[in-house]
Design a binder for this molecule. Structure first.
Ligand code: AQP
Length: 329
């Protein structure tokens, strides 16, 4: 069994991009591997957060994890800040990373948006993400395509520290990316990725959206004017993005979808997609409502943190010994 680690930020409701790019893999993997799934609240504070809202969002994401099918008997589910090893190893990773590597990260460039000064967390969070993964000796990291650069940095840090301190310092992890859904684009602008923090609500579909909101977002989604259902990312990014969502939920190939809608306009395709997405999300919303305010949810997180600490502590100790922390008695 390989060990798997991944996480999601509690920065708002999980959307189709998070689900199809990452979370769907979380569920698939738990039957074959040893899975650890985290709610990364320490990453969330790289941008300003209202403390009360942040605590609520942590539980929202935890409940969504369970609602999509993560089984706490098979997987460890916990909150990052409840395992202190993340921050401790994060510091060690930061000290083994150059500023040049961090300034090159595309997400830093996008999030700092040319401002002269931004929170330091926005610059250094990739080293915390590296620590999140390395702390568990994880071999597989299921994530969306936008995290490729972060996984590469994690591998670089692990290899560099293995060279410096000995090969058994870290396990070098690999990213795992979906064939369909690794990058879902915004519905109102298929050139930027679907994101929790975009201001236009209709740019995304959140897993908890009501059927009417799902319908509105899909029917209004930006497409082109030639009306042919054809997968062509370069020239037809809008319909290609919708086809990606269609394929991810139905397991149909793009060829099959194209054949099915030959001679039909976008209207018929979009109407069917509305039903597909509504049907897929209805049971998730139902399960979420059952679990979100239950005592069970808190118990699962407490138990998860305990199990996570049991794995993390010896790994942290191993690395601390290697870098020379502590003293001989
Ligand atoms: N559009 C996307 N398509 C496919 N996968 C995606 N992921 C995010 N957006 C897409 C994947 O979802 C996982 C969790 O992401 P996250 O919440 O930790 O952070 P993020 O990438 O910053 O997500 P958002 O939605 O864009 O949040 P904001 O707006 O707060 O920055 C990751 O595996 C990610 O790859």
């Amino acid at each position: 069994m390989a060990r798997v680690f991944s996480g999601v930020q509690p920065t708002g409701n999980i959307h189709l991009g998070n689900y199809l790019g990452a979370l769907k893999q979380f569920v698939e993997l738990q039957d074959q591997e040893e899975c650890i799934y985290c709610i990364v609240d320490e990453h969330a504070i790289t941008v300003p957060q209202d403390p009360k809202e942040l605590r609520e969002h942590v539980l929202d994401v935890a409940a969504l994890y369970l609602a999509i099918g993560i089984d706490p008997k098979k997987s460890i589910v916990f909150v990052q800040s409840q395992v202190s090893g993340h921050a401790e190893l994060g510091w060690i990773c930061t000290c083994n990373t150059s500023t040049g590597e961090l300034f090159r990260m595309t997400q830093f460039k996008a999030k700092s948006g040319g401002k002269e000064s931004v929170g330091t967390g926005l610059l250094v969070y990739p080293t915390l993400m590296a620590a999140d993964i390395l702390l568990y000796d994880a071999e597989i990291v299921p994530v969306g395509n936008d995290q490729k650069q972060h996984i590469e940095l994690t591998r670089d840090i692990a290899q560099r520290m293995n060279f410096k301190y000995g090969d058994d310092c870290f396990v070098v992890p690999d990213g795992r990316f979906m064939k369909a859904g690794a990058r879902i684009m915004a519905l109102d602008d298929p050139t930027s990725k679907m994101s929790k923090s975009a201001t236009n609500e209709l740019s995304r579909i959140s897993l908890l959206d009501e059927p009417n909101k799902i319908k509105k977002a899909i029917m209004k989604a930006t497409t082109d004017s030639d009306g042919v259902v054809k997968f062509d990312i370069e020239n037809k990014p809008g319909i290609s993005n919708l086809m990606t969502i269609y394929a991810a939920f139905t397991d149909m190939s793009f060829d099959e979808i194209e054949k099915k809608y030959e001679g039909h306009g976008y209207g018929d395709f979009k109407k069917d997609l509305v039903v597909i997405v509504q049907d897929a999300l209805a049971p998730i919303r139902e399960r979420y409502e059952e679990i979100r305010h239950s005592d069970e949810l808190i118990e699962i997180l407490e138990d998860g943190a305990k199990r996570a600490r049991a794995i993390a502590e010896p790994v942290l100790k191993r690395v601390q010994d290697k870098v020379g922390f502590g003293y001989d008695k």
